[in-house]
Design a protein around this ligand. Structure first.
Ligand code: AMP
Length: 222
């Protein structure tokens, strides 16, 4: 498989992070989750973390200039020729435009945008049962994929916790933020001929297989 530059688009809780990790495991493509990057900044109490925390806690979007700067700096550090997946960025049209400008400067194409399609009821159910390792950000689900050792991470032994924004009242706000600010990107990327959809209600291995098929088709049509 040729290295790809991909965007994973879709509401929270649709398995974007899990699928980015599976492609990272298989091909070594860098999986960049804007949420994970921001949570690391919050944990470090950096200037960016302090500026971002209140927005994140309440399910609002962090201002475009903050997150755009962080992501473009991250992309600049990824070695040339290496694949990457942006999970959770862009989330607004201005972010998408800033990304396009940055990539044009580096003469890098976006190979595809994968849209993770899932009904709201399933999203809420998945997020309230989601848990995450405080140290390495590996995600679990208390119902479908709990950590083997109760509340310790299988990968690193860190504490497995519920994110403060994974409580139901914040999820409702995150979903409405998604509808008003992020969903317009579906049409934005559709118009550019980049959008492909996966049925995110299926098991992770099935979604992974569908993603691989879709990526192989991108190679065939290149
Ligand atoms: P996530 O882990 O992707 O659900 O992101 C958690 C939170 O981080 C979001 O609810 C936002 O507050 C913030 N965030 C993550 N990515 C972005 C982005 N691209 N633009 C603005 N805020 C973001």
């Amino acid at each position: 498989m040729k290295a790809k530059h991909l965007i994973f688009l879709g509401p929270p809780g649709t398995g974007k992070g899990t699928q980015a990790q599976l492609l990272n495991d298989k091909f070594g493509w860098a999986a960049m989750s804007s949420g994970d990057i921001l949570r690391a900044e919050v944990k470090a109490e950096s200037k960016i973390g302090l500026a971002a925390h209140e927005y994140m806690r309440t399910g609002a979007l962090v201002p475009d200039d903050i997150i755009t700067g962080v992501i473009l700096a991250g992309l600049e550090r990824v070695a040339a020729g290496r694949g990457w997946i942006l999970d959770g960025f862009p989330r607004t049209v201005p972010q998408a435009e800033a990304l396009a400008a940055g990539l044009a400067k580096w003469k890098l194409p976006i190979d595809g945008v994968i849209y993770f399609n899932l009904p709201d009821a399933t999203i809420i159910e998945r997020i309230v049962t989601r848990r995450v390792c405080k140290e390495c950000a590996t995600t679990y689900n208390v119902r479908f994929s709990p950590p083997k050792a109760g509340d310790r991470c299988d990968r690193c032994g860190g504490a497995v916790i519920q994110r403060e924004d994974d409580r139901e009242e914040v999820i409702v706000k995150r979903l409405s933020t998604y509808r008003t600010q992020t969903a317009p990107l579906i049409e934005y990327y559709e118009r550019q001929g980049l959008l492909r959809s996966v049925d995110a209600s299926l098991a992770p291995a099935t979604v992974h297989a569908a993603a691989l098929e879709l990526l192989a088709r991108l190679d065939a049509s290149a």
